[in-house]
Design a protein around this ligand. Structure first.
Ligand code: ADP
Ligand code: MG
Length: 246
């Protein structure tokens, strides 16, 4: 039977030489949920994201989007399928304007031109939806990292993402900026997006997420609704040892 989740991973394994970076990974990411992907440094979180987006091809296992097996050849192909990723280092072009960045990766017209007028109108509409007061004709690099992250998310929306993956997006944001980002993510969750959220900040996990998956040494240790994983237990799962007598 095909999986019912929006994005499903079955028996994923990948090695780099002799090093087993991921083994036997099962995960289900549902529409309308924010799903935290946690684990210590080197646990395999970024590698798993790269498998999902086709930057790496798994040695074993299958990926399903909307119940259909898929294979992406890289992040551009994943994006075309509806899986967008926002990294800590913003993967946009700082010297281009906000509007130009928002139209990267969009299909040109059949004359081979990107329609800048239409792109700008769309950019403004998207940013208005995010309640961002910014000038789309200024270079993206003239804005803060926080604004650049939000523009990266706006771009994912412009590409009709169904799955939005954020790999440590809040590392360089201040408290207010984190709140703006979380407001947006809650809005997108309500609209039925599946959001995968990688962070080191456990307060953020409990403030925002519905479900948690924990990786340790390339293996899945837990996947549970947030209510079933109190903080102490979560940290124990991440570290692989008991912190307090039970
Ligand atoms: P995390 O994002 O959880 O901190 P990563 O997925 O980046 O962890 O890395 C998991 C492990 O895989 C680490 O030990 C890392 O050194 C290794 N690794 C990741 N990518 C490669 C690669 N391209 N070649 C060799 N080893 C890699
Ligand atoms: Mg990482």
């Amino acid at each position: 039977m095909p999986p019912s989740a929006l994005l499903s991973l079955r028996d994923i394994a990948i090695s780099f030489g002799d090093f087993k970076a991921l083994q036997a990974i099962q995960a289900d990411f549902h529409a309308g949920e924010i799903h935290a992907l946690l684990g210590e440094n080197g646990a395999g979180k970024s590698t798993l994201i790269k498998v999902i987006t086709g930057v790496y091809q798994p040695d074993e296992g299958q990926l399903f989007l909307d119940g259909q097996a898929y294979r992406a050849g890289g992040s551009a192909e994943a994006q075309a399928l509806g899986i967008s990723t926002v990294y800590q280092e913003v993967n946009l072009i700082p010297t281009l304007t906000v509007a130009q960045n928002l139209s990267l990766g969009r299909q040109p017209t059949r004359f081979g031109l990107v329609r800048w007028g239409a792109a700008q109108r769309q950019a403004r509409a998207l940013l208005a939806r995010l309640e961002l007061e910014i000038d789309v004709n200024r270079p993206l690099g003239s804005y803060s990292i926080a604004i650049q992250q939000l523009v990266a998310i706006a771009r994912a929306l412009a590409l009709d993402a169904k799955v939005l993956i954020l790999d440590e997006p809040t590392a360089s944001l201040d408290g207010h900026e984190v709140e703006v980002l979380f407001g947006l993510l809650r809005q997108l969750r309500a609209q039925g997006m599946a959001i995968v959220f990688v962070t080191h900040f456990l307060d953020q996990v409990y403030a925002l997420c519905d479900r948690i998956t924990v990786l340790r040494n390339g293996r899945l240790v837990t996947s549970a609704p947030i209510a079933e994983l109190p903080r102490l237990k979560l940290v124990e799962q991440m570290l692989g040892r008991q912190l307090a007598p039970s």
